[in-house]
Write a protein that binds this ligand. Structure first.
Ligand code: GLN
Length: 473
């Protein structure tokens, strides 16, 4: 028998069904692995051991009496520490929420619990999901399990590292500009950023509400699909979530038209990444796919546009951390203004402060038209680029990141170079589209992801194509 830690969700499900092992056994195996390896990897901010053991025992009772049950029942997962799990700490990796305990479950957690999932703990991230390396966490730096001198990507770096480091069977992350796909790419796991509105955001600590989406990170495409099916759907508690009947979609690569954006390959891409992505494209072509060069002419404005819209929304969302309603509170300060200033001054790290400054400025009277309004107009153009492209092609293939995982501390003093990492993932989010990162090869020890971008609500098409590509690359 393979090690329990190597099993995919579907293999674990079959094993539980056949009574080859119990949920308690898998859960203990993961908890042991976390104890053994997390001193070095730093994937987890908190371990919910009691909850996990309780959930595993409850799952084992169901397994003892029922023949059919959810594929997630009794299978252990980790959760990004920006998603609320009732009774567990939820810090968003910020000092401002250091002692915050979630009073309720996010909708995605309610859904996972209904399916009998086992929650092992909460994973590290860049503070308030702002970043690409998980180095912006106020508490610890997560390491890439493939080479610990390198970052795991971010902001859902703890989630990706926990799956790649065999510390969880799958994880939930969140993606605003690339935070599921980038760490998935750097850590060699599958990550799906759903269409905006496909998954409820209720109970996700907000970064930028018009872009944030929760999504799965898993070992295989099949597992990713299982988790996506479990968490998607309309939720009365999130007005931006939508009811969508995801049709089953078995798409053959033969006859498929794959778009390749010419702007993405023009400059700045690492040679090894380029070779891996081109190889994936060639493999698809060998199976009968038609490759068509497309143009996304507004790509060059994507980073500038993203880094106006996200800080603007973030500055509004972070206004709630005022030392009165949530988290860190410097009550001993001499008056109300000092409570605000000291609580926020001590609570927020450098990156949230930078975004609050930029966002507040961009939204201020006199500058709103020049920055925020202009960025919204550019966002419309970027969206239209993709709409035009999808009139001609079925899906788009691209890299996730211009380079493989960089070294810990390499970029930490250069926020602008961190922002540039989002070049292939940010515009997809400005358009609200779904996209998946699939491990497509390695540059030395470091994994490289292929990004498969689909049209609105075509998650099943992306997943079907990814499942075939998974066998080819
Ligand atoms: N790197 C991007 C940012 O810092 C994306 C983060 C995310 O998707 N949460 O905003």
């Amino acid at each position: 028998m393979e090690s329990l830690l190597d099993l995919t969700i579907s293999q674990a499900h079959n094993g539980l069904k056949n009574k080859d092992f119990s949920s308690t056994e898998i859960t203990k195996a993961y908890l042991d692995q976390i104890k053994k390896t997390d001193g070095a990897l730093n994937s987890y901010l908190s371990i919910t051991e009691e909850l996990a053991v309780e959930q595993a025992e409850a799952a084992d009772k169901i397994i003892a009496t029922q023949k059919e049950f959810s594929p997630l029942l009794g299978v252990p997962c980790s959760i990004k520490d920006a998603i609320l799990v009732q009774g567990a700490p939820c810090t968003a990796a910020s000092k401002v929420l250091e002692n915050y305990v979630a009073p309720y479950d996010a909708t995605v957690i309610k859904k996972l619990k209904k399916d009998g999932a086992v929650i092992l703990g909460k994973t590290n991230l860049d503070e308030f999901a702002m970043g690409v390396s998980t180095e912006n966490s106020a508490f610890q730096v997560t390491k890439n399990p493939h080479d610990q001198a390198h970052v795991p990507g971010g902001s859902s770096g703890g989630s990706a590292a926990s799956v790649a480091g065999k510390q969880a069977c799958y994880s939930l992350g969140s993606d605003t500009g690339g935070s599921i796909r980038l760490p998935a790419s750097f850590c060699g796991v599958v990550g799906l950023n759903p269409t905006y509105g496909a998954v409820s955001r209720y109970g996700l600590i907000a970064l930028a509400s018009s872009l944030d989406q929760i999504g799965p990170m898993a070992k295989t495409v099949e597992d990713t699909k299982i988790v996506f099916n479990a968490i998607s759907g309309k939720d009365a508690l999130d007005a931006t979530s939508v009811e969508y009947q995801f049709e089953e979609s078995e798409i053959s690569l033969k006859g498929l038209t794959i778009g390749v954006p010419k702007e993405y390959f023009e400059k700045g891409m690492d040679k090894e990444v380029e070779a891996i992505i081109k190889n994936a494209i060639k493999k698809a072509q060998e199976q009968g796919a038609k490759i068509q060069e497309i143009s996304l002419p507004h790509t060059k404005y994507a980073i500038a546009c993203y880094y106006i819209i996200v800080p603007s929304e973030a500055s509004a969302n972070l206004a709630r951390y005022d030392g009165i309603k949530y988290g860190l509170s410097k009550q001993e300060s001499k008056d109300l203004l000092s409570v605000y200033v000291q609580s926020r001054g001590e609570g927020f790290g450098a990156e949230p402060k930078r975004r609050i400054l930029v966002g507040t400025h961009a939204l201020s009277s006199g500058y709103y038209d020049a920055y925020y309004k202009k960025a919204q107009e550019v966002r419309g153009l970027i969206r239209q680029d993709f709409i035009n492209a999808f009139k001609k092609v079925d899906v788009i293939f691209s890299p996730v990141s211009p380079f493989p995982a960089f070294k810990v501390a390499e970029k930490v003093d250069d926020p602008l170079s961190m922002y540039l990492v989002d070049v292939y993932t940010g515009s997809v989010k400005l358009a609200g589209l779904p996209a998946l990162s699939l491990p497509a090869g390695k540059a030395g020890k470091l994994p490289v992801g292929l990004q498969i971008i689909g049209n609105y609500f075509e998650e099943n098409k992306i997943l079907s194509i990814a499942q075939q590509m998974e066998k080819l690359v």
